[in-house]
Write a protein that binds this ligand. Structure first.
Ligand SMILES: [Zn+2]
Length: 124
């Protein structure tokens, strides 16, 4: 991790809300008028330039290809180089099953991992 990654909380105090409701500015928490400008596609990564007209914050949304889905069958294959595929491997080995000796934090983390996988393979 670079030092930039540690600045997330200070530069984006509303990041959690932005991830849940993408129309809220992650910088100032205002508005529904974010400007999505240029989208740059680099193979399996896409970068979308976004700005906020209220606080003039600018950032890039970063997208990575995590799965492919067949149009006719709905078959889904997760990209093995992405984190969700790693979670899928843990689930296959029963590492994400709840156990009575798990701490509350571990129980919550396992649930979050299972939910993330379910979202990833859910038909949109
Ligand atoms: Zn803003």
């Amino acid at each position: 991790m670079t030092s930039k990654a540690t600045n997330v909380a200070t530069r984006f105090p509303h990041a959690a809300k932005y991830f849940a409701e993408s129309w809220v500015c992650p910088c100032c928490g205002q508005g529904d008028e974010l400007n999505a400008d240029v989208t740059l596609n680099y193979g399996t990564e896409v970068f979308e330039k976004v700005s906020c007209p209220k606080c003039f914050g600018e950032w890039k949304n970063e997208y990575r290809l995590h799965a492919i889905r067949h149009n006719e069958t709905g078959d889904v294959v997760l990209n093995p180089s992405q984190p969700l595929a790693a979670l899928q491997a843990l689930a296959a080995a029963s590492w994400l099953d709840e156990a009575p000796y798990d701490s509350d934090e571990l129980t919550a983390a396992k649930r979050q991992a299972r939910d993330a996988m379910a979202m990833a393979v859910r038909a949109s």
